[in-house]
Design a protein around this ligand. Structure first.
Ligand SMILES: [Zn+2]
Length: 448
């Protein structure tokens, strides 16, 4: 069994930063203390750099199977670990859509062979597979979701079907994660601007077409139904301050039945960036105003919002090209999420402890993950060592996404991910990958 001691680290964990050593034996953290010694251990001197729990991203689209021209589990998990993301949960809008347990298990089989990070895959839910979705095993699958499936025209976003949600919430025993936008408001806005601009609607109108009202209406509707049934519901990618204020901030994350997240792009970009970046920052839900951007961060800090995710959704450059209607929504982020948040730390907007809480601890709590999300003795050694003073620039040469582009190209960051451990295995070491081990399937407590 391999043994490693990380010496002289500043360990960011559970609201504190302590100086010390971490002893990793095999897959787990055995001891956290000062001056640990072990004659057989590999010593890694952190030199006072910061050690954080690995990021857990609960919303990625790794596109496999079926859309592997955009991304694969192998390519994107590689980008993930280079960005300090040690676990991910993947969406069901692969091809075919993940709407049966057989298809779900096929994704687990691919990941078992090719994923460098730990993984879980959401079961998809549409109006056509309720019984199948309700059979989802809560201990081995992270939850059920409609995210991304709205491209199936016959279903649409489930938030638009309150009667179906009533049926689903009344019977589901596992966590349900939802994408909330109101289709009818979006449709009306689209027609309005199409009448003015034809197919060449300027991209800044994306924020007005997929509007704050569309988000607020849908989120309100879903939260209302979830409260009635006391379900475990998680709302993805909240993009407006108004929605954030719908969520409770008095209960602990563990006690909450309804939880919500902000995404990195909604914390970094705002509608002033459309002019410069156009389709590259076309996301659903849309990037909105500066006021929303600042409000979302504030809502994270005061616990109206619980976690930070990426909604990593790569498309090829060709798919991101063309007019408003042709350019796909979504963009890659998993390699750059932690550097972005560390940049906000440098700007004095968030603490390192809060970053660990929102990107690791609370994600583990929401999903009731077993033995992950913290730097604790006995837990899996999913760790990321960051250098806060090693600046670099995002460029075509260092982008690891299969799609080969990033909306952050040209952006300079002050902090660099130096090393990433997944289950005690040093998978990423200063630009070099060790491909000898794959990640593990995430496991969860039964009741959630
Ligand atoms: Zn979504």
């Amino acid at each position: 069994m391999s043994t490693t001691i990380i010496k002289n680290a500043r360990i960011v964990n559970e609201g504190k930063i302590i100086e010390g050593d971490v002893l990793i034996r095999g897959e787990r953290i055995e001891k956290i203390a000062n001056n640990i010694s072990d004659a057989n251990a590999t010593i890694l001197d952190a030199g006072g750099r910061f050690l954080l729990p690995g990021v857990i991203d609960d919303q990625v689209h790794f596109r496999e199977p079926g859309l592997t021209h955009k991304a694969t589990i192998a390519s994107e998990s590689r980008a993930a670990v280079a960005g300090g993301v040690t676990s991910f949960m993947d969406m069901p809008n692969t091809v075919p859509n993940t709407l049966t347990h057989e298809l779900l298990e096929e994704k687990y089989a691919i990941a078992a062979n090719t994923s460098l990070a730990n993984y879980s895959f959401f079961m998809g839910i549409t109006q056509g597979n309720l019984e199948e979705a309700l059979r989802t095993d809560t201990e081995t699958v992270c939850g059920i979701t409609d995210d991304g499936l709205y491209f199936n025209k016959e279903d649409g976003i489930l938030a638009n079907y309150p009667e179906f949600l009533e049926k689903l919430f009344a019977r589901s025993e596992t966590l349900i994660a939802l994408h909330c936008e109101d289709d009818s408001i979006i449709r009306a806005n689209t027609e309005k601007y199409r009448a003015i601009y034809g197919d060449d609607i300027p991209f800044q109108y994306h924020a007005i077409i997929r509007s704050r009202e569309a988000c607020l209406e849908a989120t309100k509707r879903v939260v209302g139904i979830a409260r009635k049934h006391n379900n475990r519901v998680h709302i993805y990618h909240v993009s407006t301050l108004d929605e954030a204020m719908l969520f409770d901030n008095t209960l602990s994350v563990r006690e909450k039945r309804i939880t919500a997240e902000a995404c990195v792009h909604h914390l970094w970009f705002d509608d002033r960036d459309y002019e410069r970046l156009g389709a590259k920052i076309k996301w659903n839900p849309s990037v909105k105003t500066e006021q929303d951007k600042c409000g979302l961060l504030k809502a994270l800090l005061d616990n109206h919002l619980d976690i930070i995710a990426t909604d990593h959704a790569p498309h090829s450059i060709e798919e991101k090209s063309g007019n408003y209607f042709k350019a796909h929504s979504g963009g890659p982020l998993v390699q750059h999420a932690l550097p972005v948040m560390l940049e906000l730390y440098h700007q004095g907007l968030i603490s390192l402890e809060k970053i660990a809480e929102k990107m690791s601890h609370h994600v583990a709590e929401i999903y009731r993950m077993k033995d992950r999300g913290y730097i604790r003795e006995g837990y899996y050694a999913d760790l990321v060592l960051v250098d806060l003073h090693q600046s670099w620039k995002v460029s075509a040469e260092n982008i690891l996404y299969k799609c080969g582009w990033s909306p952050l190209e040209g952006q300079a960051f002050q902090s660099k991910i130096v090393k990433t451990f997944v289950n005690g295995h040093l998978v990423y070491d200063d630009g070099v990958f060790n491909l000898s081990k794959t990640g593990k399937r995430l496991m969860f407590e039964k009741e959630r």
